[in-house]
Design a protein around this ligand. Structure first.
Ligand SMILES: [Zn+2]
Ligand SMILES: [Zn+2]
Length: 260
């Protein structure tokens, strides 16, 4: 079966291993493609996990050089760009200036605070409102037209705070945005390593994405070399059960759908 992992962080951003270690790990487990997606945050004061934007040319060249060194696997160059409303122009400049194979857009921040840092972010707050705000911002990211893939589309679940309200309507809106703007959503297995202990997005709502005909790709969001392709058998099985049969692959920002 054809397998890709497009969401990988190396020491170019906050990952714990050099790119070679991830590639070797991917070859070992039999992936057909591996793609790097270092964090890139353009807001200066929020660059805690980000690669320095000045290193982009070096990053691109480095990943390019790996392609010759490891002919046994397809290596892709991506980026995980933080979406901030109002910064579309700056973000679009980055997307156009470099030869990426795909661009993952992610929402980590609500205002200047990150939703994945810790429980503190949620304590004493209106969880219903946080979810509404988070999902609305992801919808804006989708509609921006900047991104090929949206990373961990319900990351706000990370610390297991959950609204009392029924939130089906949030997933309905999200899925309709993915469909309308023809953007791929990511089934991200890394939530299993977090307090949440589950994948993103919530499996209970995957059927909604399937009904809207949204395209998917499965990614590990690995920050350690031994987490490449982690939990993929389970993730694909979950997709199959929910009615998915195709996965999205990318070369030079062209999308190809393959059966799985
Ligand atoms: Zn992320
Ligand atoms: Zn990531």
């Amino acid at each position: 079966m054809y397998r890709t992992d497009y969401h990988i962080h190396s020491t170019f951003s906050d990952g714990r291993a050099i790119p070679e270690e991830y590639v070797e790990s991917a070859i070992r487990i039999g992936l057909n493609e591996i793609g790097f997606s270092e964090h890139l945050t353009l807001t200066k004061e929020l660059q805690r996990w980000s690669m320095d934007p000045a290193r982009l040319p070096e990053y691109i060249d480095y990943i390019e050089s790996l392609k010759n060194r490891y002919p046994g696997i397809a290596i892709r160059t991506g980026i995980e760009l933080d979406y901030f409303p109002g910064m579309e122009k700056e973000l679009s400049k980055i997307c156009e200036e470099y030869p990426f194979d795909y661009i993952i857009g992610s929402v980590h921040y609500l205002g200047d605070q990150t939703v994945d840092l810790g429980r503190e972010f949620y304590l004493g707050k209106d969880i219903n409102l946080i979810y509404e705000n988070y999902f609305n911002l992801v919808c804006e990211a989708i509609a921006s037209g900047l991104f090929d893939i949206i990373g961990h589309p319900d990351l706000v679940r990370i610390h297991k705070f959950r609204p009392d309200n029924d939130i089906t309507h949030l997933y309905e809106k999200l899925a309709s945005y993915f469909a309308m703007h023809d953007v791929v959503f990511e089934l991200n297995t890394n939530g299993r390593n977090k307090p949440l202990g589950d994948f993103y997005p919530d499996k209970d709502y995957l059927h909604i994405f399937a009904r809207h005909g949204v395209n998917v790709c499965v990614n590990s969001d690995a920050h350690y070399a031994d987490r490449v392709g982690q939990f993929f058998n389970e993730a694909y099985e979950m997709l199959r059960i929910n009615g998915f049969s195709k996965m999205a692959t990318f070369i030079k920002r062209e999308r190809y759908l393959l059966p799985f």
